[in-house]
Write a protein that binds this ligand. Structure first.
Ligand code: PLP
Length: 472
């Protein structure tokens, strides 16, 4: 098997360390860095740093690179568009890449009803705009979000985000009329139930929510990630979204699906929503939309999207023509290279590796996910499920020191997740998994053994991924 990782220096190398010193002077620490190297170039699923070290990338710029680093077709599209013109502002004079991309998203997003799309610059901005549109359409102000959710760092998006540290601490007050309910987190069921004998109380609770917390007539939208991203790739059972969506429809509440992290094939379907047959009223996408160019979309039912008055939506850079040209090329690659099917194959391999680790390592509490978005949740003890954040930090460090970039997740920071480009080769995938597995086993050996001594109390598979639900 050809090796792809090549380390010329210890990581971080001298040039990265030198630049890091300058970074500390020039850039605030709030804009943190997860892996302490500076990058010189990228190709597919490989990154090279400024010291000439080559890494396999399981982070993909936080899931923004489903079509890989610098795909040739996207680079060409960017160059060609930049040579014609870089910017004019869509609200001043229109451009064709914006139009063609809107048509494309209207075509490829779930549901065959008439749709309309507009563009902004980031996932957070798209969430803000989806809520604006939903409020304008319904004439209501309230919004329901979820515990453990992440929707971005601008104030409304942050108000909808669940995790306090490091995201929300000290940045309040937050937007009023945001209500929050627990997510469907089977491994840590807020109701202490076990699927499937739980009657999907996490979904039917929405009826009760309207009795106890918010009058449904004041609620414009429910905003949900079909699979939690930053929250640790938590995946509801198959009954969940049909129940939620049905309750929302009865109350005239719009469903906004945040597919920022799950979109463009990562979950093994083009949109994660499809796995539950969920057709949202508004779908928000960003990250892998344009192979790393800053762009985000808001797509929704035509009548909903047209509720906002002329001039009330948009921004100077939203739908920049270079970014839209990149998106058209990148979506073309997803279609022509069969990257959705590739996500399924990657996921099968990663799942086998993670389930193997669950058998070998008592600190693996749960493994889950869909397509190429797979996660391991680490606990100190399978009986107490106490989160093992330090183990994740140790594993991430051991990985980058050996040439693999991998990210954590989860409200407790105790989850490892995979966000590799879907163009990763078989060799690269195997090599990356070998490093990850070695790091998990090695760091585990430094941990105090679980007090309960429990090795395998329950199957590690998420209900949806497993088909028929396992005993949990
Ligand atoms: C599900 C989800 N929504 C929204 C966002 C915010 O996107 P952005 O960072 O582009 O503002 C993120 C970013 O990680 C995300 O994962």
């Amino acid at each position: 098997m050809k090796k792809h990782i090549a380390l010329k220096t210890a990581v971080p190398g001298p040039r990265s360390r030198e630049l890091h010193k300058a970074r500390a002077e020039a850039i605030p620490r709030g804009a943190a860095n997860l892996i302490p190297v500076f990058i010189a170039r990228g190709d597919g699923a490989i990154l090279e740093d400024v010291d000439g070290n080559r890494f396999i990338d399981f982070a993909g710029g936080i899931g923004a690179l489903n079509t890989g680093h610098a795909p040739a077709a996207v680079v060409r599209a960017i160059q060609q568009q930049a040579e014609r013109f870089i910017h004019s502002c869509f609200h001043v004079t229109m451009n064709e890449p914006y139009l063609r991309l809107a048509e494309t998203l209207n075509r490829i997003t779930p549901g065959d009803h008439p749709k309309k799309t507009f563009f902004v610059n980031s996932g957070a901005e798209a969430i803000e705009n989806a809520v604006k549109v939903a409020r304008r359409f319904t004439g209501r102000g309230g919004v329901i979000g979820f515990e453990d959710a992440f929707h971005g760092r601008t104030l409304l998006a942050l108000s909808l985000t669940g995790r306090v540290r490091p995201y929300k601490d000290g940045f309040g007050p937050y937007v009023p009329e945001i209500h929050r309910m627990p997510y469907s987190y089977c491994y840590r069921c807020p109701w202490g139930k076990k699927y499937p004998g739980c009657n999907i109380e996490c979904a039917t609770f929405l009826e009760d929510f309207f009795q106890r917390y918010a009058d449904p007539k004041t609620v414009a939208a429910l905003v949900v990630e079909p699979i939690l991203g930053e929250g640790g790739f938590v995946m509801p059972p198959r009954e969940y979204y049909p129940i939620l969506a049905n309750i929302c429809r009865k109350q005239g509440i719009l469903v906004i699906a945040d597919e920022v992290q799950t979109g463009f094939g990562r979950s093994g379907t083009l949109w994660a929503c499809e796995q539950w047959g969920l057709v949202p009223d508004i779908l928000v996408a960003a990250k892998s939309i344009a192979a790393g160019m800053p762009l985000a979309s808001v797509t929704g039912r035509a009548e909903v999207m047209d509720a906002a008055d002329e001039g009330s939506l948009g921004g100077t850079f939203g739908g920049n023509p270079v970014a839209c040209a990149a998106a058209l090329a990148s979506i073309g690659l997803i279609e022509t290279q069969g990257l959705v099917q590739r996500a399924v194959r990657i996921g099968e391999r990663v799942r086998a590796c993670f389930e193997g680790l669950w058998k070998k390592c008592a600190f693996v509490g749960n493994v889950r996910g869909a397509g190429a978005m797979r996660a391991i949740e680490f606990v100190r003890d399978r009986a107490t499920k106490e989160p093992a954040r330090d183990l994740v930090e140790g594993v991430r460090r051991a990985c980058w020191e050996r040439g693999l970039m991998v990210l954590g997740a989860g409200t407790y920071g105790n989850v490892i997740r995979t966000l590799m480009p879907l163009v990763i080769t078989e060799d690269q995938l195997e090599e990356g998994l070998e490093v990850l597995e070695g790091a998990v086993l090695e760091v585990s050996r430094t941990m105090a053994p679980p007090a309960s001594g429990i090795q395998a109390p329950e199957p590690p598979i998420s209900p949806l991924a497993a088909g028929p639900a396992p005993e949990r």
